[in-house]
Design a protein around this ligand. Structure first.
Ligand code: NAD
Length: 509
């Protein structure tokens, strides 16, 4: 593996990519350093905004809403089509910024931008399919129907690990639904955010859409809080840790706002005796070690039948030993860095706790490249055998640790799958239709995502994405997730000339 790129090289790449997307680099004369996890060095600095800036942005978005809500939805789709074209043109640039700021390997960073393009295409089609229903009225000469109207300003708070895709899932759908968006990106990825927002600004200007349909606020949790408390935010879509959701959800509910929460996961795969172990190993290694274990859908628990557990552990350990770990910009790297020193410390703390709780570390866990880049945190993905689902296994540690648990009966395996506070993603690897259907059924996995013969991570945009329990219950992206971004009105139209009342009520005056 080649050595890590120099700080100058990373800065140059960041500046070039950001400028090509339309970011004025002079804006880099700010007060907060932006670091790259690739070498731990400063890329540039940005100016952080305050809660007051958040209030002003919400007010401007309110003005944009009053204009945008009456623009026909297919015309709103034209803006998103243009945005999608610009994303295509700048796919490489945005992917570069994603790699530089959050350490994703090249193909995963490109995949993240591809997801943005995909959701734009989905939203453009959706702009002609925001269907309501016509419902049979119980009264003669009456028609009952429902219509969907734009909801209002959407606030988006996003996490570091999908620094731009999550915003685009929300934004592409919100815009065709008639809603402006105010975005508070992760403080760890301001450049990717500014570049994405600059492309959307360009599409807005070119298509003559109202100013301030899209605004980005660079800052910390206080800026996020301005969105949480503002009555001007009709829907708050917040992606991040369960800790953040716990702080945000009740406060939005207090003012009767709508929230869409996409929080932590603790995802499991059940491996049954009939599973194809080659396919299972590949599925597990991508889901557990990919993105250095920093996806909400990362596989954290493998629940493996006792008859195949030793064979599978051996295969995974062999694959882990060959994983190329290093600069995410290098061709061939599969595991990039952790986001920060605190992520590294959480991983080490979790491994210590796992040992104390009876676990055996089979592979990995060590640090790499520490001498070359003391401020960067590269780790070997860890494989840990546990005899039971102890407290450390039941919590999400946002790092590449895969706990392996044995099981005897499928009932026991499903109970283990469900016996965690989170409910995001889950899988079963099996050759048995009966086992697969049981896992997918009403008494099977309790997660928002349940897969067969594929890992827990790497969802497509066509389905609704989200999870249950402490994952927050929100759904975004495809299917009918758009409904969260609109308000439903039920309309009764009387063309009978008389006034019959529902349920046969008489009220003669
Ligand atoms: P985080 O909770 O630290 O931060 C997420 C965002 O919330 C940031 O923009 C942060 O500034 C903001 N924030 C934090 N506290 C806030 C508050 N009190 N008020 C308003 N805003 C606040 O999460 P992270 O470390 O960036 O991301 C990792 C976490 O996100 C993991 O738990 C992961 O599972 C989760 N995640 C979930 C999904 C999903 O779709 N379910 C997707 C990606 C990440």
């Amino acid at each position: 593996m080649s050595s890590l790129p120099s700080a100058e090289e990373l800065r140059r790449r960041a500046r070039d990519a950001a400028e090509r997307c339309g970011v004025d680099w002079i804006r880099g004369g700010g007060d907060r350093a932006v670091r790259s996890p690739i070498n731990g060095e400063v890329l540039t600095d940005v100016r952080w905004q305050s809660g007051l800036d958040g209030d002003a942005a919400v007010a401007r978005a309110g003005d944009a809403f009053r204009e945008w809500r009456t623009v026909p939805a297919p015309e709103r789709g034209a803006l998103v089509r243009r945005f999608g074209e610009l994303l295509r043109e700048h796919k490489q640039d945005l992917a570069t910024l994603v790699s530089l700021e959050v350490g994703k390997i090249r193909s995963e960073a490109l995949g993240e931008v591809q997801e943005m393009i995909d959701i734009c295409e989905f939203a453009v089609g959706l702009s002609r399919q925001l269907y309501g229903r016509t419902i049979s009225s119980e009264r003669p000469g009456h028609r009952l129907m429902e219509t969907w109207h734009p909801l209002g300003v959407v606030g988006v708070i996003s996490a570091f690990n999908f620094p731009v895709a999550v915003w685009s899932w929300n934004t592409a759908i919100a815009l065709v639904c008639g809603d402006p968006v105010v975005w508070k990106p992760s403080e760890l990825a301001p450049l990717s955010a500014l570049a994405s927002a600059a492309l959307l600004d360009r599409a807005i200007a070119e298509t003559g859409a109202p100013e301030h349909l899209s605004q980005v606020l660079i800052g910390g949790p206080d800026v996020g809080e301005a969105l949480v408390t503002s009555p001007g935010i009709a829907l708050l879509s917040a992606t991040g840790s369960t800790r953040m959701g716990r702080a945000v959800g009740p406060r939005v509910a207090e003012r009767f706002g709508r929230s869409l929460l996409e929080l932590g996961g603790n995802n499991a795969a059940i491996v049954t005796p009939s599973a194809d172990l080659d396919l299972t190993t590949r599925g597990i290694v991508f889901a557990a070690a990919g993105t250095a274990g920093q996806r909400c859908t990362t596989l954290r628990r493998a629940i493996v039948h006792e008859s195949v557990v030793s064979a599978l552990v051996e295969r995974i350990a062999d694959a882990y030993a060959k994983l190329p770990i290093g600069s995410p910009l290098d061709e061939g790297t599969l595991v990039g860095p952790l986001i920060s020193s605190s992520a590294y410390e959480s991983m080490q703390d979790a491994l210590l706790a796992a040992r104390e709780q009876g676990g055996e570390i089979i592979a990995g866990g060590g640090r790499r490249l520490a001498e070359e880049a003391p401020g960067a945190f590269y780790v070997e993905p860890a494989l840990v055998r546990m005899s039971e689902q102890s407290p450390i296994v039941r919590q999400e540690t946002f790092a590449p640790i895969l706990y392996v648990l044995p099981y005897r009966t499928l009932d026991e395996a499903i109970a283990l799958n469900n016996d965690v506070p989170q409910g995001l993603s889950s899988s079963v690897f099996t050759g048995s239709l009966t086992e697969a259907e049981r896992f997918l059924g009403p008494d099977g996995s309790d997660c928002g995502i349940a897969n067969v013969n594929i890992g827990t991570s790497g969802a497509e945009i066509g389905g609704a994405f989200g999870g249950e329990k402490e994952t927050g219950g929100g759904r975004e992206s495809g299917s009918d997730a758009w409904r969260a971004y609109m308000r439903r009105a039920t309309n009764t139209i009387n063309f009978s000339g008389s006034l019959p009342l529902a349920q046969g009520v008489e009220f003669d005056i």
